[in-house]
Design a protein around this ligand. Sequence first.
Ligand code: HEM
Ligand SMILES: *[C@@H]1O[C@H](CO)[C@@H](O)[C@H](O)[C@H]1NC(C)=O
Ligand SMILES: *[C@@H]1O[C@H](CO)[C@@H](O)[C@H](O)[C@H]1NC(C)=O
Ligand SMILES: *[C@@H]1O[C@H](CO)[C@@H](O)[C@H](O)[C@H]1NC(C)=O
Length: 358
Amino acid sequence: MLSKSFVSLFTLVIAVTAAPAKRASCSNGRTARNPECCVWYDVLDDIQQNLFEGGNQEAHESLRLTFHDAIAISLNLTLHGQFGGGGADGSIMAFSQIETATVANTGVDEIVELQRPFALKHNVSFGDFIQFAGAVGLSNCVGAPRLQFLAGRSNISQPAPDGLIPEPKDSVDSILLRMADAGFNAAETVDLLISHTVAGQEHIDPTVAGTPLDSTPSTFDAQFFVETLLDGTLFPGTGPNLGEVESPLAGEFRLQSDFVLARDPRTACEWQSFVIDRDLMALKFQVVMAKMAVLGQNPFTLTDCSEVIPTPPPAPVDIRIAHLPAGKTLKDIQHSCPFAPFPLLIADPGPATSVAPM
Ligand code: HEM
Ligand SMILES: *[C@@H]1O[C@H](CO)[C@@H](O)[C@H](O)[C@H]1NC(C)=O
Ligand SMILES: *[C@@H]1O[C@H](CO)[C@@H](O)[C@H](O)[C@H]1NC(C)=O
Ligand SMILES: *[C@@H]1O[C@H](CO)[C@@H](O)[C@H](O)[C@H]1NC(C)=O
């Protein structure tokens, strides 16, 4: 009796897994594993055409916004009986008057205001929209990983407590404490900063708005991890500004937080490791972003709509291993990982690299 029902259960399992998956039909002949994902194809078409097409500035800002919404969650506050923030809950958009008025969120109001009408038009939650737009914006960068996208975050949130977003003037101690309080260890903090390989600044020194943080701000390569270790020699604008330190290349901007994290023994080895392994870097970013995107959420109640995220343009072979900018030698590297030598990188030929605005 027992074995008979076991056998029929077994056959049932086979039958269920062998049946061809019925896919929901969405707009323009596309299909999705889950009908709840269809709306995201429409959001995709709309934002690729109307948010990201006028250049890639909005793509960079959208990636930054995923962090500023999600990281506002604090175990410490919760343990003190206070509201610790809802993580990736869209509160930065729902309560933008409150949240974007803080120093750490300087400039973030612009992308929030640009994004909000799209979320309202497609009737999707603010928390979902922010993570989706970040993943789609990133997919436009050469060599970027295709990020996971889970849909179904509640649209109900409360304003996040102030002080939970790291600032470029913060010490390594303070950044690592804050990140640990949100659930990330030192290596994962570095993994999140892989984002700065496709980044620039607008507001630390507005006189040189659009100065990139590495020489290749649209390419998902490891140049950021080499260039942040070079000796600083100049300020690209009116520096020093609060949170800024000297950069090694004309036209390049260096955040103080990137400078200190690149050199601290707790973070320097993870930092340096990407220099010879860009593909691992891309994979680690995919993994850590999947974790960040569901902070404060129960991922098991969300629907996997990752198939809607476009496949990014592949990384060309010549970016697999980073190089020194033209005019620099290994002597200019401030080697900081105590456990591994700095790899023998080759310098680009030609006159000293200077970096064009984004
Ligand atoms: C220690 C943590 C971090 C600090 C202190 C920090 C700080 C900053 C600052 C000051 C800027 C320049 C903003 C401006 O002036 O417009 C910036 C840009 C940016 N950040 Fe971060 N960041 C951190 C982590 C992250 C993380 C985890 C992400 C994403 C996962 C991220 C994504 C970006 C992007 C994409 C930009 C470029 C924005 C643009 O070009 O408009 N950052 N970051
Ligand atoms: C933890 O939260 C308490 C209560 O708000 C605060 O006084 C304390 O500074 C926080 N500690 C850290 C490490 O953030
Ligand atoms: C989400 O909340 C905002 C108010 O914060 C509201 O305007 C919007 O319509 C809501 N969207 C959905 C999908 O419920
Ligand atoms: C928008 O979404 C909300 C929450 O999911 C739902 O209650 C409402 O009926 C939707 N409105 C429209 C116009 O589809």
